[in-house]
Design a binder for this molecule. Sequence first.
Ligand code: CU
Length: 200
Amino acid sequence: MNKRLLGVTLTLWVVALTGPMESSQIQDLTDKVAVQDAVVDFGAPHPQPASPGHHILSPEEVTIVKGGTVTFVMNGTGHGLAIHPVSKNTTRQHIAEDLCQGGPALCNTTAQTARRQYLITDGEGSLIIDTGVFPAQPVVDHTPGQLISAGAGVLLTGSTPTTAGTQVRHRFAEDGRYLVICINRVHSINDWMFGFVNVV
Ligand SMILES: [Cu+2]
């Protein structure tokens, strides 16, 4: 096979492989290559970037097979973990649009934006989390529909550059798409500290 023909063949393969995947991802975000078990850094690994850049999940999204596990490694301070099922078409934007808007310039502890009430809905418009107001609800720990809340509303011990932090491993018995969110109001509401687990 000459080089030109090989190039045409490869291009056709790329089109064949990526074409259908893109259209199905629009309908169902859980249609991803799955692993048995995954590890997610809850808070950026050390050395961490300056606040609020470390209020992230890395990777932001994982896909596991039904019955598999995700281990969340708590990095840095002040994190708590809650998991909620969401509709399979829920995008990051669906969650982010219900949180504080404007980034660190407008969403910060001085403005006390994390103390207000936010209603977080999924891709179908279903209410997933009612944050309530601080201090009546000191953390984002909305019980109905919640799969787990590690620490039951209490923040977990995170790692430092020299010591290991709490690790939370959850086995997902049912397929679907799940929102994983930090229960620390500042982290989730101001800094959008959340991610997703797909179970297929
Ligand atoms: Cu956090």
